[in-house]
Design a protein around this ligand. Sequence first.
Ligand SMILES: [Zn+2]
Length: 350
Amino acid sequence: MQLTPELKAQMAEQKKQCVYCKIVAREIPGKIVFEDRVTIGILDIYPAKKGHLVFTLKEHYPIVPLIPAEEFAHFFGLAPQLSKALQSAMVATGVNLFIANGGAAGQSYPHFLGHFFPRDQRDGFFNFLFKPGKSLEAEKVNAVQRQLLGLMQNYFAKNPRSWHTGLEEIPSFLQQIEKEAPVLYQDEKVLCVLPQKSAVPGHIAVYSKKEEREITKLSSEDSAHLFFVASFAASALFDGLGAQGTNILLKSGFSDDNPEGKLCVHVLPRFQGDALQGILWQPKQPEYNLDDLAVKIKDKMWNVKYTESKTEAFVEQKKIIPPVLKIGEEKASAKSVEEEIDAAIRKMVQ
Ligand SMILES: [Zn+2]
């Protein structure tokens, strides 16, 4: 996408002061446990819990909508392998990946960050335990859905995928969910619904059709697509709902806040002073040696490697079958991705 000169200047200024850019450039030290051409994984020096890994892109992007598609696919394509290595090092039964977009969502640093947390049952971490709240009013559902369908159509038009045939089979492990929850969007790889027990109005749940429980079992391509849809759902909440920020939260495997061990990416609209304040953690000094832990985790990262799958490569432009509207009868908005992103960025960086 094209950035305005003002935004470019603002980003260049940010970059000069950015701690993460300085860690990447080795200007300041970091507990680096993983690194490749595009990404870097660092242990958080004020961890929310043991094994808290900050995974980020080497290039400075303030928020998710600014990340170019190739780097996005690389970053989220590595999520299954990174989760597996982290879980293995920490002997964990599950994992979270937490992303904050915007100050209202708890973003305190202008360099995009993904926080990985290894999870266990009875690990005493309850920040991501959702209390059921109100569901979204019908007219707002329509507004969010219109935005999301428009973004997905644009995405597939620009990045045609060989697997994208328009067939939408529901695997048995998602049939109950599809029956009970309003479907916002689905394709061959994901089912995107308004969950029955929504934490806040506008809470969107994105399920993988390829795997019921563990992100670690997804291919790079399936993982990247799961997060592409989650990030478009987040953009849809900005424009469809007027959200001030969004959280993207992966739950995978068993933990007290995921008792069924389902694989799901939750997308949460955020507003100043909303009911989700408890999702954030307080920075605290670890009571163990971070260097020792870094060695232990790094030891499991040696074979983590991003390889673009053959089907992921952009294919010839072909006829795109538009998704079927399941709620309301209105057509998807024709607004371009650039316009959507531009609007989202304006809201976030002002
Ligand atoms: Zn930076």
